[in-house]
Design a protein around this ligand. Structure first.
Ligand code: T4K
Length: 367
């Protein structure tokens, strides 16, 4: 049987059917119905967030919250290239220029010590990524942003349920965006959210995701459509009930990987971060000086029907769609370039059998 890099968490079929049954009575399938409202309330409580605005996916959530900040066109946004395409695209699709900062060699998140050198009089914001669920250096980023009057919007797509010093990851910066894609620790099939403290942003984001319509005869804003539908929200309500148990199961998988790969010369793992409550979203492994290269390990696993992924190779600053961007070029971010060439994210999901973890590690170690 094949093992893929991840597998969606799903509630029991009966539980989901029970949750969506009411939709057959109401025929209300989207446009902020009862399921949407319930999920929003539950997430505000679970994430300890003053406001949660739900979206049909994480990308549109990020694109909209950047747009909501009304930055001048051509403004520069400091971010990292060691991420999914979405982060950089969301900046560029808003008419802004991504300025790529290198990443920290241990957490793979933005290297806060390198941010200030990139700030110019055109810089408007920082969009750091809590990549793999690793927390950015939120305190240093906060200090820098305050000193230079910059907005901070976290791409927290990977960081659902992660806490720093007991504080939810949503409570840093001006806003945090989550992805609830099928591949994430918490999923609503497709889905996403923006979490933030500023009351005024609620109306702006709701306008943006629903055509700027404020009533049957009132349209106040040239918005788009990015609403989460009722089936997505119902999936979220069910999955949220089991989330803590799912994270516990992920933890067991991660611990098993650590037992096998923790002390192998040439294999580098991400260490648990001090003061961080993790969500065990991804299990990245860096091969450097190991008897096989990353690509050889990837191929060896593939021969046994095991699909690991090279998240995040290639770096977004090497994408061909950014060939004309003056800030592009992997040589500007050497640590990210080093990682992108050597990292492999191993299969990780709640129901991955520990025996399968043993087998994956045996193949990696050539045993
Ligand atoms: N920012 C960051 C940092 C992100 O990582 C992402 C998304 C975003 C922003 C944007 O959020 P969204 O707009 O997507 O909500 C996947 C996901 O599609 C994407 O959500 C995710 N990041 C990215 C890291 O991974 P692919 O192209 O690798 O997905 P795919 O289809 O190859 O699936 C990977 C594995 O997941 C499959 O081998 C099996 C499993 N899977 C997949 C699907 C679609 C399931 O078990 N169930 C499924 O329904 O991008």
């Amino acid at each position: 049987m094949s093992i893929l890099v991840t597998r969606s968490s799903m509630p029991d079929f009966e539980e989901y059917c029970e949750e969506i049954k009411k939709l057959w009575d109401s025929h209300w399938l989207t446009n902020m119905g009862v399921e949407h409202q319930q999920l929003q309330r539950e997430l505000e409580a679970y994430l300890d967030s003053p406001h949660v605005v739900l979206y049909t996916n994480g990308h549109l959530a990020l694109e909209n919250v950047i747009a909501a900040m009304q930055f001048p066109k051509g403004g520069e946004v400091i971010t990292t290239p060691f991420t999914f395409a979405s982060t950089t695209h969301a900046i560029v699709r808003n008419g802004l220029t991504p300025v790529f900062c290198d990443v920290d060699p241990d957490t793979y998140t933005i290297d806060a010590d390198k941010i200030e050198a990139l700030i110019t009089d055109r810089t408007v914001a920082i969009v750091p990524v809590h990549v793999y669920g690793n927390m950015c250096d939120v305190e240093a980023i906060d200090r820098i942003a305050k000193a230079h009057g910059l907005k901070v919007i976290y791409d927290a797509a990977h960081a659902f349920a992660v806490k720093y010093k007991g504080v939810s990851s949503v409570n840093f910066g001006d806003a945090a965006m989550f992805s609830f894609h099928a591949t994430k620790v918490f999923n609503t099939i497709e889905g996403g959210a923006v979490c933030f403290p500023n009351d005024e942003l609620v109306e702006t984001l709701n306008d943006m995701k629903n055509f700027g319509i404020r009533g049957p005869e009132r349209c106040v804003f040239v918005g788009g459509n990015a609403k989460m539908n009722e089936f997505q929200a119902a999936m979220g309500i069910c999955n949220l009930r089991h989330l803590d148990a799912e994270i516990e199961k992920r933890k067991r998988v991660v611990e098993r990987y650590r037992q096998h790969l923790g002390n192998v010369p040439g294999i580098k793992l991400c260490h648990p971060q001090k003061d961080v409550t993790p969500n065990y979203a991804y299990f990245p492994v860096v091969f450097d000086g190991f008897r096989a290269t990353r690509d050889e390990v990837f191929a060896r696993l593939g021969e046994q029907n095991i699909t690991a992924r090279k998240y995040f190779y290639p770096l977004t600053n090497s994408f061909e769609c950014y060939a004309d961007l003056p800030t592009a070029g992997v040589e500007k971010t050497p640590v990210a370039a080093y990682l992108a060439d050597r990292v492999l994210t191993l299969p990780l999901y709640a129901d991955l059998a520990l025996e399968d973890v043993d087998r994956i590690c045996d193949i990696i170690l050539g045993e």
